[in-house]
Design a protein around this ligand. Structure first.
Ligand SMILES: *Cc1c(COP(=O)(O)O)cnc(C)c1O
Length: 384
């Protein structure tokens, strides 16, 4: 199988697996049990991991809090800030991940008002729109750094400045960005930032929320005093260590990987656009994640395309893994202005560190005849 779905998840790298193993067996102690060696050892392991991760995103280790996923980090930032502030208005964008959108929908049911900023055809939020929507009652602005479906990278620094000018806190979901492009919380000027290890060759089920010093969103998980009394639950030492190893490797090799992966992406985009007529590249041609390509092929269904690609040995996505169980077209593609029938014929390719030029070449051979076959079967194509 050729894996082109790295935005959904990535394989845990062998170095990460190796870094985790001792923490399941000989060093299994509870990090809170500081009076014997394996407990204290686990505490030190977590401390060191926190330092590595903090360094990778430019914060202090006391500003980094581990969570059970990127989704939990997003929930915490939004609910925790809303509950803390007493204000009743939240601003986000129409193209956020469901971890943000469904959290906002939940808060709407609790009486909060949520503004979903529109995006342009490239998927960009307008700073002027943000400025116009902020009011006295705004508790938080949450806008993602890079989109998981179309790869668009937002001008977060500029957006955060606008929020701060009006005294409003700013959170960014950086789950797709961390490990793929440089992310520095001080440079971005954000108050909170979410990340998740399994998007950069770490394990699933471990994430983190950066919380700027001095801020204290309401705690969501109550119990023991872990994570400086901010998030209860015995720490998952092995996964935390694995996350630290994964981010350190990603940052160390970022320049090289990102140059190579964007070259492959550009070859793929040019190849697809020139070989398949009536195809749209979704998102921004330049300003996108190194590994992301997202196409709409007129007259066909994304699901039929995925099935045929799967038979040909390719794993890809029709937009968002979370949405693909439903028949609704992706909210992101609708938000960039695609009509329903075109949004339905979409394909997301997300390349990662493991992909090769031969795989891209193979894809460029396989894809055009599949699209042509599906179009021949489509009544829409016949009548065009
Ligand atoms: C994957 C993803 C999440 C959710 O992270 P999990 O660790 O899978 O819960 C949130 N936001 C974005 C943009 C993502 O790509």
């Amino acid at each position: 199988m050729i894996y082109f779905d790295n935005a959904a998840t990535t394989a845990v790298s062998p170095a990460v697996v190796e870094s985790m193993l001792p923490w399941f067996t000989e060093k299994f102690g509870n990090p809170s049990s500081i009076f014997y060696t394996i407990g204290a050892e686990a505490g030190k392991g977590i401390d060191e991991a926190r330092e590595w991760i903090a360094e990778a995103i430019g914060c202090e280790k006391t500003e980094l809090f581990f969570t059970g996923s990127g989704s939990e980090a997003d929930n915490w930032a939004v609910k925790g800030t809303a509950l803390k502030s007493g204000k009743k208005h939240i601003i986000t964008s129409a193209i956020e991940h469901h971890a943000i959108l469904h959290t906002c929908a939940f808060l709407e049911k609790q009486g909060y008002r949520v503004t979903y900023l529109p995006v342009n055809e490239k998927g960009l939020v307008s700073p002027a729109d943000l400025e116009a929507e902020i009011c006295e009652d705004t508790a938080l602005v949450s806008i993602m750094l890079a989109n998981n479906e179309i790869g668009t990278i937002q001008p977060i620094k500029e957006l955060a400045e606008i929020a701060h000018k009006k005294g409003v806190l700013f959170h960014t979901d950086a789950v797709q960005a961390v490990g793929a492009i440089p992310v520095d919380v001080k440079e971005l000027g954000v108050d909170m930032l979410s990340m998740s290890a399994h998007k950069f060759h770490g394990p699933k089920g471990i994430g983190a929320l950066y919380i700027r010093k001095g801020l204290r969103p309401v705690q969501l998980i109550h119990g023991g005093g872990q994570e400086r009394n901010m998030r209860a639950g015995t720490e998952n030492t092995a996964y935390i260590v694995g996350m630290a190893r994964a981010i350190t490797d990603a940052v160390k090799n970022m320049e090289e990987n990102s140059a190579r992966i964007s070259r492959l992406r550009d070859k793929l985009i040019e190849g697809v656009l020139s070989a398949v007529p009536e195809t749209i590249l979704n998102g921004d041609r330049e300003n996108r994640l190194p590994g992301n390509a997202n196409f709409s092929f007129r007259y066909i269904e994304g699901e039929s395309l995925l099935l045929r690609l799967s038979l040909a040995g390719f794993a890809a996505s029709s937009g968002s893994a979370c949405a693909s169980a439903s028949l609704d077209p992706s909210h992101v593609l609708l938000a960039i202005g695609l009509p329903h029938e075109i949004a339905h014929g979409s394909l997301r390719i997300s390349l990662g560190t493991e992909n090769t030029e031969e795989e891209v070449d193979r894809f460029l051979q396989v894809l055009p005849p599949i699209v042509e076959t599906l179009r021949q079967m489509s009544p829409l194509y016949e009548n065009k």
